[in-house]
Design a protein around this ligand. Structure first.
Ligand SMILES: [Zn+2]
Length: 551
């Protein structure tokens, strides 16, 4: 009797609870699109969200409409899962929007002019730190020097970072503050030329740059979040997260300010603020999941480590950051601590080294640790199948292909381009693909990336027919890499990456159906609303002028 009574009471309580908590929301009358696990397009006409911000169900055309406490009519607009950017630099994105930005300058003179104007407008800034130059966009393609900066600002230190983050140019005042002289030698894995510091040599200058304050980091994070949500990016694998970055993420999480979900890959080193991955914090808004390791530099500054010399500079094969033994030691420590490992590898020699190290880890620890190769840009065709065989993740950035194409053709001969930016080949060998942008190296806008992924063409349709078009993906495959693939790559597929029951209702409303437009039009898709955990966290205007979108 007592047992029965108890059951009855529990049943009554459950009824009351479900009545009280049944504040379900139906997002009705949508042109819903997502991909299934096999990258096939699924369509739905409404989305039912529970009170907890998780998906209760998708309503397909012809299904009976469920009742819900609140119904929001989207008038037939297109709804898709929120995008997961699998490789971005969050606070850098904020700073690139808040400080001197020379991204896209078409000449040295234009960069100098921007620096001149910024210096005049910020007389009290004791150091000028800027970002975004790319000599490949300049007529003579010459790297900038300290003299080029001294000609504009000589009264205080100036440090300008290359768009890929792999080189900085400093003026004389900055070098003086850093104690760098003509006699200073570059460390292993770095180079110095006339005030230009490449890869490991950048530390010689950067150590003198005043670290951002906690308040500045908080401001940069808030700005980055605003930009990301405006582009429909609801989750990010935050690469190269520093200790101070992590503390800023924690402050935002603890005070309920995080809308975007951050899956942090901590910069491997001695000052990591944790010795093991954290659990999910703040309603799955934050987690430290892995460590970030570097195997080489980047192609633009000839820091990518190649098996054979650069075609346009036969004296060099780029920069090897670690011996095999060093990399194994770094990887073994991270693996023993339980971290996932994400290693930056651009050149074919770097990719081969990372594959070797991961294969060695697998032989020791077994498969299924989802070892990640970040960029995996230039891979020797002979090494490519090993990525799939080792169940590794290729974390790639489609817009790097379109931005790098002409530069890559100079740096490398056609034989080495065959397995470069090789998305379809990666999938064919069984590798898991996760897409991102490496923001602020590229804009975090996912749509130019989707466009490049399906066309191998830039937003202007160049080159005709696509660059190595066999590497094109279907739109379904590209969407998969940008949603489900990104979730899998960060051990988060049980909670994000698709609008499946039980996962978070993270989604976007966009201004056109991506399945019904050509690649150039696809790149122009505008996000109208961004929702995280069933709540609208960003809304733009429908006019084509659009909201402020940062860069
Ligand atoms: Zn990066």
């Amino acid at each position: 009797m007592r047992g029965l009574m108890k059951h009855a009471l529990i049943a009554l309580a459950a009824t009351l609870l479900s009545t009280a908590a049944s504040a379900d929301t139906l997002i009705a009358n949508v042109n819903g699109i997502q991909v299934d696990a096999q990258s096939r397009l699924q369509r739905f006409s409404a989305l039912l969200i529970g009170d907890d911000g998780k998906v209760l169900g998708l309503i397909r055309p012809g299904d009976r409409m469920p009742t819900a406490t609140a119904v929001i009519d989207e008038h037939g607009r297109t709804l898709m899962p929120g995008f997961i950017d699998s490789h971005g630099h969050v606070t850098d994105l904020g700073f690139s929007a808040l400080t001197l930005n020379v991204d896209g300058t078409k000449s040295l003179a234009e960069m100098q002019q921007k620096l001149r104007e910024y210096a005049a407008a910020h007389p009290n800034e004791t150091w000028i730190v800027g970002f975004g130059w790319n000599q490949e966009l300049w007529p003579d393609k010459r790297f900038p020097t300290s003299a080029d900066l001294d000609a504009v600002v000589s009264d205080r230190p100036v440090v300008l970072q290359r768009v890929d983050g792999h080189a900085v140019v400093a003026n004389s005042a900055a070098m003086k503050a850093a104690g760098v002289t003509a006699a200073t030698k570059a460390p292993a894995g770095g180079e110095i030329h006339d005030g230009l510091f490449v890869d490991n040599a950048t530390g010689l200058i950067n150590k003198a740059v005043p670290a951002p304050t906690a308040a500045q980091l908080d401001q940069a994070l808030a700005k980055a979040q605003d930009i990301l949500l405006g582009f429909g990016v609801t989750s990010v694998a935050s690469m190269s997260t520093s200790g101070p970055d992590w503390l800023a993420f924690r402050r935002a999480a603890d005070s309920g300010k995080l809308d975007v979900r951050l899956m942090a890959y901590m910069l491997a080193g001695n000052d990591m603020p944790m010795t093991a991955p954290t659990g999910w914090l703040d309603g799955d808004h934050l987690r430290a999941v892995g460590v970030k390791v570097f195997a080489d530099g980047a192609l633009g500054s000839r820091g990518a480590w190649l098996k054979k010399p650069y075609s346009d500079m036969p004296g060099t094969t780029g920069l090897q950051f670690h011996t095999d033994a060093e990399m194994r030691a770094i990887d073994e420590k991270a693996a023993a601590q339980g971290f996932q490992i994400a290693t930056h590898a651009i050149g074919d020699a770097a990719n081969a080294q990372v594959i070797r190290s991961y294969e060695w880890l697998d032989s020791k620890y077994g498969l299924n640790r989802r070892w990640r190769i970040e960029h995996a840009q230039i891979v020797d065709c002979a090494d490519l199948p090993r990525i799939g065989k080792g169940h590794m993740i290729a974390s790639m950035q489609p817009t790097h292909q379109t931005s790098d194409r002409l530069m890559a053709e100079k740096r490398l001969d056609p034989a080495r381009l065959k397995c470069a930016y090789a998305w379809q080949s990666m999938l064919r060998t069984g590798a898991k693909l996760a897409f991102g942008t490496d923001f602020p190296v590229e804009s975090p806008n996912p749509f130019p990336g989707l466009s490049a992924a399906i066309s191998r063409q830039d937003v202007n349709g160049q080159p005709a027919g696509g660059w190595y078009p066999a590497e094109r993906l279907t739109l379904g495959q590209a969407l998969h890499a940008y949603t489900r693939g990104g979730a899998y790559a960060a051990f988060a597929e049980d909670r994000i990456g698709a609008l499946d029951p039980g996962k978070w209702a993270d989604f976007v409303i966009v201004d056109q159906d991506p399945t019904k437009v050509d690649p150039q039009q696809l790149a122009k898709t505008q996000v109208l609303q961004t929702w995280v955990a069933g709540k609208k966290v960003w809304e733009g205007r429908e006019a084509s002028s659009g909201p402020e979108r940062g860069r």
